[in-house]
Design a binder for this molecule. Structure first.
Ligand code: ATP
Ligand code: RIB
Length: 301
């Protein structure tokens, strides 16, 4: 029986425009059709995990507005337990403004709104209610004191924690020993370790530094090259399928949601990463964040 997955994180509504090239500072570019779809790193990871048949509970805060209502309705449709999602009467739901260029690369500006008001103690009820084999999945689009509290509380209850340290920001040293897995991309790995990651050797050095800081397992995602796993005793590159990327928005979120599902199913790390790479490679062939998350049958195929 797979364990539960508790995602603690952000929910946004993404406002997306495709352009031939991303605008430079001061530049205006004419884009294609505007489209809106649900996003936010926490919500994307929760939806990715749910579509891959994970048993998901999501802790988040939305505003008392139509965006928040639509987001929560969407989570329910995906079969996610929304009992611990709070509505903030004083702040609007999070919004992200996203440009995607012809190569599928993006730039994103987030107005966090209610996400910035998810308080540390507001995570506790969910943490006390979940089962002992629950995996806790956290990112950095909510306040850092809430992140550190959720992680240390989860670890003190013996729960395994996956931290996706995105968007990149410095973290307190005491957080690292609580992590079963950390999943930075190359930029985030460099920010956390000071080591520029541009090949397997530097990925290995950055991973070793994260082990020295106390993390049990390090997974550095490498975009179209796949992901690098280091357990402290072994390391390997797990490649991803070559695909034509249309929009890489939330590739990392899909990877993390899928990883959590496979680990909750007690699959070995390398196996779980191969599953996550497969899911994420499908997500980049489609536009949007939650809109791009694959279902289990697609990944199995
Ligand atoms: P993003 O910020 O775009 O959501 P990220 O920077 O957090 O992503 P990446 O390392 O770019 O994370 O991608 C995460 C995973 O998604 C990779 O490990 C890989 O499995 C998959 N992936 C990303 N880009 C591609 C691509 N162009 N082709 C195939 N797989 C990809
Ligand atoms: O990781 C992608 C997400 O980052 C988008 O959905 C956007 O909302 C921002 O949070």
């Amino acid at each position: 029986m797979p364990g539960q997955i508790l995602v603690v994180g952000s929910s946004n509504t993404d406002m997306v425009v495709q352009t031939t090239k991303l605008p430079a500072p001061g530049e205006t570019v004419l884009g294609g059709t505007f489209f809106m779809n649900p996003g936010g790193k926490g919500a994307n990871q929760a939806v990715a995990a749910a579509r891959l048949t994970g048993n998901v509970t999501f802790v988040a805060k939305v505003g008392a507005d139509i965006f928040g209502e639509q987001a929560v309705a969407g989570f329910r449709q995906e079969g996610i337990d929304t009992s611990y999602i709070q509505t903030d009467p004083a702040h609007p739901s999070g919004v992200a403004l996203i440009n995607v260029d012809a190569a599928g690369e993006n730039c994103i500006t987030v107005a966090p709104g209610a996400n910035a008001h998810l308080r540390p103690t507001e995570v506790d009820t969910a943490l006390t209610a979940v089962g002992a084999d629950t995996l806790v999945l956290v990112q950095l689009e909510i306040p850092l004191d809430t992140v550190t509290h959720a992680i240390s509380e989860a670890a003190s209850r013996g729960l395994r924690v996956i931290l996706n340290p995105a968007p990149a920001q410095p973290l307190p040293n005491e957080l690292f020993p609580h992590l079963f897995v950390i999943t930075p991309n190359e930029t985030e790995a460099e920010l956390l370790t000071g080591i520029r990651v541009d090949d397997l050797e530097s990925a290995g050095q950055a991973a070793q530094k994260l082990h020295n800081m106390g993390v049990s397992n390090v997974i550095i995602t490498l975009g179209s090259k796949g992901a690098y796993l280091s357990t402290g005793t072994e390391s390997q590159l797990i490649p991803t399928a070559p695909v034509k990327a249309v929009d890489t928005t939330a590739a990392g979120d899909c990877f993390n949601g899928a990883l959590a599902v496979a680990l909750a199913e007690k699959r070995p790390l390398a196996d779980a990463i191969a599953f996550a790479c497969k899911a994420a490679s499908i997500s980049v062939t489609r536009m949007g964040a939650q809109a791009s998350m694959p279902r289990r049958t697609e990944v199995a195929d």
